[in-house]
Design a protein around this ligand. Structure first.
Ligand code: FES
Length: 84
């Protein structure tokens, strides 16, 4: 299936989490922290640490490791708290 990441079309394996899709695409970080701007991405992989926050279909601060990818998802990396 197709999704976009920051406007770039990529192939996504059905049934994978958004985090797995981003990881498979080579991304290791997809947000920055609010204060220091440090890179963050997949860490715990089970919804506990909130390191993997990402914007999906215009909704910021979603945990990429808990959400299953859907056809046509628009995924955006985010800085700090993100923008709705
Ligand atoms: S990687 Fe920890 S909440 Fe997603």
């Amino acid at each position: 299936m197709k999704v976009t990441v920051d406007g770039r079309d990529i192939d996504a394996e059905p049934g994978r989490s958004i985090a797995a899709v981003l990881h498979a695409d080579g991304l290791r970080s997809w947000r920055t922290t609010r204060v220091e701007g440090s890179p963050r991405g997949l860490f715990c992989g089970i919804g506990v640490c909130f390191d993997c926050l990402v914007t999906i279909n215009g909704r910021p601060n979603l945990r990429a490791c808990l959400i299953t990818v859907r056809e046509g998802d628009v995924i955006e990396t985010q800085e700090g708290v993100g923008r709705a």
